[in-house]
Design a protein around this ligand. Structure first.
Ligand code: RIB
Ligand code: CA
Length: 317
């Protein structure tokens, strides 16, 4: 079913602030996703958890603490899985730099003590989900290792999850191989567990995020922002103008805060867990004679100009 505008998987009343957890591997675009979430009135950000992916768990954990301080977030912080469930570790340091933030970490002007971060992201997510009366949305923008462990170890949390908005996979093309996108390539078994879990999913895949780009003019606007983030964020984003580096992860947040900028289709999506070029490939099953429930709301297109405006305006605080 191809629909022009995305509705929430469960509708959000006007002015309602929905409880939110973000599981991430910052990572430059993860950092932008945290900023977009912070700027949105639509969320109560209850927890931020780190997973190894773009960089090792030590670096991604440092970066969730850094942005919790920079953005003055009082979310609970916890570090998660240091490697994928089955496959070997695989990083994207060449894209995000050794500090995970394009070399700009020192410009954000915060010192890190590490004392705010709890161990064991899975237990922390379980606690936050069960103690919250309402259903909680999860934004998952790194390899899905923590999320898969959560759903397997504590299946009772499924009924407390409103939706999992995922950045990963692709209906066409890949970035690690011609067929496979980074988050699902790193931990295909975790992605397969999540897509078979029965939990409502929204997917921001490469086929759509490829258009989530910024221009040099956008970068200049960000740099000239009056807020404290302008200069450091612009330094972090210095390689992003153009088409080589889309800002993938903010799409998974905007899917919840600004669904009107996307189109979508409800599909049945499977994950290939075999090693090699197809490792982590996400593919749809549209065979009409195979009776099956769809398992995912796949975002098809993003309104590029609205995305750019939202991103630039996000940093004006
Ligand atoms: O393929 C893009 C995804 O991989 C993004 O989440 C980026 O941060 C990296 O983790
Ligand atoms: Ca990421």
């Amino acid at each position: 079913m191809r629909t022009e505008n995305l509705e929430y998987t469960s509708t959000r009343k006007k002015g309602e602030r929905i409880p939110l957890l973000i599981d991430c591997d910052p990572g430059i675009d993860d950092a932008m996703a945290l900023m977009v979430a912070r700027a949105s009135e639509g969320f109560e950000l209850k927890g931020i958890t780190s997973v190894s992916g773009n960089l090792d768990i030590e670096t991604t954990t440092k970066n969730i603490e850094l942005f919790a301080k920079v953005l003055k977030l009082n979310a609970v912080l916890a570090s998660g899985a240091s490697e994928p469930l089955v496959k070997g570790k695989f990083s994207a340091e060449e894209v995000h730099g050794s500090d995970g933030l394009g070399g700009a970490s020192s410009l954000f002007g915060v010192s890190l003590s590490g004392d705010r971060v709890q161990q064991n992201a899975v237990d922390t997510m379980r606690k936050l989900l069960l103690e919250e009366e309402r259903k909680t949305a999860i934004v998952a923008i790194g390899p899905l290792t923590n999320i898969a462990l959560l759903l397997k170890i504590y299946p009772e949390v499924k009924e407390k999850i409103r939706v999992i908005s995922i950045m990963g996979g692709s209906l066409e093309g890949g970035n690690v191989t011609p067929l496979s996108e980074f988050n699902f390539y790193v931990d295909p078994e975790a992605a397969s567990i999540v897509f078979q879990s029965g939990v409502p999913l929204i997917l921001s895949g490469l086929h759509m995020t490829v258009d989530a780009t910024i221009t040099e003019e956008n970068l200049e606007e960000i740099r000239n922002h009056s807020g404290v983030l302008g200069v450091p964020a612009a330094e972090m984003l210095k390689t992003y103008p153009g088409t080589a580096h889309p800002l993938h992860d903010p799409c998974a947040v905007l899917a919840l805060s600004h669904p009107e900028i996307f189109t979508y289709e409800d599909l049945t999506v499977h994950i290939d867990t075999r090693e090699g070029d197809s490792q982590g490939m996400s593919y749809k099953d549209e065979r009409p004679w195979v009776k099956k429930e769809t398992n995912c709301r796949v975002l098809l297109k993003i309104h590029q100009e609205k995305f750019r405006r939202l991103l630039v305006d996000t940093l004006a605080f």
